[in-house]
Design a protein. Structure first.
Ligand code: UD1
Ligand code: UDP
Length: 356
């Protein structure tokens, strides 16, 4: 039995890592890398640190408009699938790579599994939302990280092949935090002490492609009293330079290249607060019980807000500053909404039943 995993962007690699280990205990796996991300810090570093096997196919699609990028991926993935004839394709998360893998396999009538199914923020202007909805509607096996994800699918009439497994990103954190704490020197390198800095990531299109929103975020970060560490996504660096915000940000904030996963875990765990628009980083903040300030108007990880660890502030300068100064987790509820770190094992049991 052969399983093809389709990945291409940073969060896809992190989700693949724990599941690939399980898959290889029982099945042949081929990894198809679309090439959506390609800089060393966005791509190879994750294969090295998470010991993900080398991709069998590297499709080299690279950057471009949504239509170009997704279309090229579909064409190139289709060719590999026609040659390899896998018994199942697995796609991860909500990137253009995820959607392309889903379209290529469903059109070839190859069974499709979606890891991180059922997430919704109910805003179709967000590119990831379209990717989630379409991928779920193409999938035969839908692995949901939360109860709410299962409910979301039910509302859209998807009830067959739906499994509540927990979140593979919890698996990745649990498998790597001890290693990270042993090998990472990032706090020393950046000359910061635990709980004495804020950690920032920004890369979502709704913030980087809108000058006003990005300016508000930069203005707020520049007023922070204290250390701010900002591993900067290449998309954001380009946008900051285009809008003339780069120099101001660099003067006030410690802007660094994107960091590898192990350094990121250490930076997250030891941050005083995390300020982000990333999906994965919101969840990791919750896992580490670090207060999170989310630079978005909606989130698909609403459980983190309900439990009081996350606050949505959009790109409103005053709300960002107030949250940095005052936001405290309300009542500190913590309901382990994302599972126990055994999601990959649960997924594997389901795959064994479904395929063998
Ligand atoms: C993509 C995903 C997003 C995910 C993010 C994770 C889609 C629609 N978006 O967004 O859901 O949260 O990955 O990081 O799939 N670039 C580089 N080097 C790279 C990669 C990108 O310079 O290695 C630059 C290019 O200018 C590119 C831009 O970043 O045009 C955006 O890259 P792209 O992959 O299209 O989207 P992301 O913003 O990374
Ligand atoms: N991440 C990382 N280095 C960074 C920024 C993020 O390793 O400099 C990790 C982060 O810990 C999380 C994942 O990348 O596991 C989240 O990916 P990203 O924020 O790019 O995308 P999203 O989750 O928003 O789709």
């Amino acid at each position: 039995m052969k399983i093809a995993s389709v990945v291409g962007a940073r969060p896809n690699f992190i989700k693949l890592a724990p599941l690939s280990k399980e898959i290889r205990k029982h099945f042949d796996e081929i990894i198809i890398h679309t090439g959506q991300h390609y800089d060393y810090e966005m791509d190879r570093v994750f294969f090295e640190q998470l010991r993900i096997p080398e991709p069998d196919y590297h499709l080299g699609v690279g950057s471009g408009t949504h239509g170009y990028q997704t279309g090229e991926m579909v064409k190139r993935i289709e060719k590999v699938l026609m040659d390899e004839k896998p018994d199942l394709v697995i796609v991860y998360g909500d990137t253009n790579t995820t959607l392309a893998g889903a379209l290529a396999s469903v059109k070839l009538h190859i069974p499709l599994a979606h890891v991180e199914a059922g997430l919704r923020c109910y805003d179709k202007r967000i590119p990831e939302e379209i990717n989630r909805v379409l991928t779920d509607h193409c999938s035969d096996l839908l692995f949901c990280p939360t109860e709410r994800a299962v409910e979301n699918l039910k509302k859209e009439g998807i009830t067959e092949g739906v499994y509540l497994t927990g979140d593979v990103m919890v698996d990745a954190v649990k498998q790597n935090i001890t290693i990270a704490e042993r090998v990472s020197t990032v706090l020393n390198d950046l000359n910061v002490k635990p709980k004495d800095y804020y950690l920032v990531t920004v890369h979502r299109a709704e913030n980087t492609d809108n000058m006003n929103r990005l300016r508000n975020i930069v203005d707020a970060l520049c007023e922070v009293n204290g250390n701010v560490i900002f591993p900067c996504h290449p998309r954001t660096e380009k946008a900051l330079k285009k809008f003339g915000l780069w120099d101001k940000l660099k003067r006030n904030v410690n802007v660094i290249k994107p960091v590898g996963y192990l350094d990121m875990l250490v930076l997250e765990k030891n941050a005083k607060k995390i300020i982000t628009d990333s999906g994965g980083v919101q969840k990791e903040a919750y896992i580490f019980k670090v207060p999170c300030i989310t630079l978005r108007d909606r989130t698909e990880w609403i459980e983190t807000v309900e439990d009081g660890w996350n606050i949505l502030v959009g790109a409103n300068k005053d709300m960002i500053i107030n949250a940095i100064d005052d936001f405290k987790p309300k009542g500190k509820t913590y309901t382990h909404k994302f599972g126990d770190g055994k999601a990959s094992e649960k997924i594997m049991k389901i795959l064994l039943k479904a395929l063998l």
